[in-house]
Design a protein around this ligand. Structure first.
Ligand SMILES: [Zn+2]
Length: 152
């Protein structure tokens, strides 16, 4: 028997309309557009998620998702925000970076037991793989994401 020759595909959820898109795994998704709303699937920036959108994006995305649990009043969170932005610009579309404002979305903070912020968590297919609390500068953030997503 021979294996099917069709290229493997990976499911990416559109951050704008939350439609699930399948994109070829062997082709860069950088320029891929959503089949439903035609917006770019990746724009190089983290995606802000809420209680209404978290499950629909994180639960159905087949690449690793890095979540930054933060809050506007948290100084270290604001300090790390530019590094998280730069990580998104460098790592997407291999990894999806998202932000959850725990003040605006206390239900998500409670569900994941977020006790200190910032807390970074890596999800794969909706399951949390690992997390780390505390702000990280960009090089450390990139190394941590690399290690955390190596087996995702
Ligand atoms: Zn869309």
């Amino acid at each position: 028997m021979t294996e099917p020759t069709a290229a493997a595909s990976v499911q990416i959820v559109c951050p704008h309309c939350l439609a699930a898109n399948r994109v070829p795994a062997d082709r860069p998704a950088e320029k891929a557009r959503c089949g439903a709303c035609k917006a770019a699937l990746f724009d190089g920036h983290p995606v802000a998620l809420t209680e209404a959108t978290f499950d629909r994006l994180v639960g159905r995305t087949e690449i690793p998702v890095v979540v930054d649990f933060w809050a506007p009043w948290c100084g270290p969170c604001r300090m790390m925000a530019p590094a998280f932005e730069q990580a998104a610009a460098q790592l997407q579309p291999q990894v999806r970076l998202v932000k959850v404002d725990t003040e605006a979305n206390p239900g998500l903070a409670a569900r994941y037991g977020i006790r200190s912020i910032p807390t970074l968590a890596v999800f794969s297919h909706g399951q949390e793989l690992t997390r780390q609390s505390g702000a990280m500068p960009l090089p450390q953030l990139l190394r941590w994401i690399d290690a955390a997503t190596a087996y995702a």
